[in-house]
Design a protein around this ligand. Structure first.
Ligand code: NAD
Length: 363
């Protein structure tokens, strides 16, 4: 029986509402294990309570823990602040940097019963969608040297630099390979090796690493422009795909829209360090934001937060069996017709609490 030590950062908007439900689900699902968590302010809530989106006291608690369960931050109340003091930029980005969260894993899961939530025609996805997008999160053009220069002829020139090192490529390839090994052993690496030098290195490094260390994986490569088309045309031709930071930013959002409601999509961001249990330290959060338009109404879909908690059990606590039980309880509840408004499609919508109750009943 394990001591599951994590920090709860519920944040703003619907964050605290859906977090409360995820914690109830964890209490029910993790019987026998100890849930050892501290709740701390982050984002707008922390700005209001102590003037900083990521207070030192919150960081200290995160550093003592084995994982972070994150809600969402931001909202209109803090939009007047300078960009680098706004909740998302001042809380989430530093957390990624401090804990070196280099691998962002986003399951693109749409149950067949919810096919109507996708903008794709239902006949293209009769059994829904079940793929995984893995994005490199701490390298590439977002973190390379930047400059803005006034030129003598009156023009202004700006530049952003994309760089990748082999060790950065190998560690994300390894996360992707492990994910592929736990599924159908099909892996697609996405780059732009016909144009970019970083992509030439990416493709060579990935090919060598996977063939040497995971010979049973069927590895394919796609250029990013083609990948964007293929994802919209037939998402299930992929199983696990992975790519560098900027391509992943774009493709993961494309995947999110194809998979329907943000209320169902969870994510994991894994760090380089191992936690006290020997698994990866990670931050787990819904793909959506703080949804100010529905905050405080008790109608938000808690499933993305609940599924994020399941990912935490899998990746940071090694409890794959419990994670699977939660995932199948969510599937069971949604597929039996219990739906919040965002996925109701003709059914009478239930509240955030009722949705979580239906999941808990099935555990
Ligand atoms: P959003 O993701 O909050 O909302 C987009 C739409 O999806 C809204 O209509 C919302 O009601 C709906 N939605 C999202 N999650 C839902 C859920 N669980 N159940 C039902 N419906 C849901 O995006 P936005 O409106 O662009 O951003 C709102 C705020 O959130 C902004 O301040 C933004 O900066 C912040 N944000 C934070 C994060 C984060 O904390 N990781 C991510 C994205 C946006």
């Amino acid at each position: 029986m394990a001591n599951l030590k994590f920090t709860v950062l519920a944040g703003d908007g619907i964050g605290p509402e859906v977090m409360e439900e995820a914690l109830r689900v964890l209490e029910k699902a993790c019987g026998g294990h100890t849930l050892d968590y501290a709740k701390c302010d982050v984002g707008g809530a922390a700005i209001d309570s102590c003037g900083k989106a990521l207070p030192q006291s919150t960081l200290d608690k995160c550093s003592e823990a084995d994982a972070i369960l994150f809600g969402s931050v931001g909202g209109p109340k803090w939009e007047h602040l300078p960009p680098n003091e706004q909740p998302e930029r001042a809380a989430l980005l530093p957390l990624r940097k401090i804990y070196k969260l280099f691998a962002n894993i986003r399951p693109g899961l749409l149950y067949g019963e919810l096919s109507a939530a996708s903008p794709l025609k239902s006949e293209r996805i009769p059994n829904g969608i079940d793929i995984v997008c893995i994005r490199e999160l701490t390298g590439g053009i977002y973190f390379g040297d930047k400059s803005v220069e006034n030129l003598p002829d009156g023009n202004v020139r700006a530049s952003d630099t994309m760089t990748y090192r082999t060790d950065e490529i190998i560690r994300i390839a390894d996360v992707a390979a492990r994910t592929a090994m736990s599924r159908s052993k099909k892996l697609c690496s996405i780059d732009k090796a016909n144009v970019l030098q970083t992509s030439v290195l990416w493709r060579k490094t990935v090919s060598e690493y996977i063939s040497k260390n995971y010979p049973e994986i069927a590895l394919t490569h796609l250029y990013v422009d083609n990948a964007a088309m293929q994802l919209a045309r037939d998402p299930n031709q992929f199983d696990v795909f992975f790519t560098e930071n900027m391509f992943g930013d774009i493709l993961s959002d494309e995947m999110a829209v194809i998979c329907g409601s943000l209320g169902m999509l969870c994510s994991a961001s894994l760090g380089v360090s191992k936690n006290s249990l020997g698994f990866k330290f990670g931050l787990y959060e819904p793909a959506g934001g703080s949804a100010p338009d529905i905050a405080g109404k008790g109608v938000a879909n808690p499933c993305a937060q609940i599924l994020s908690a399941a990912l935490m059990l899998r990746y940071s606590f090694g409890l794959d069996d419990v994670a699977k039980r939660i995932e199948s309880a969510v599937r069971g509840a949604v597929c039996s017709g219990i739906r919040t408004a965002d996925i109701a499609f003709g059914k009478a919508p239930v509240s955030t609490r009722e949705m979580a109750d239906a999941v808990i009943e099935r555990l």
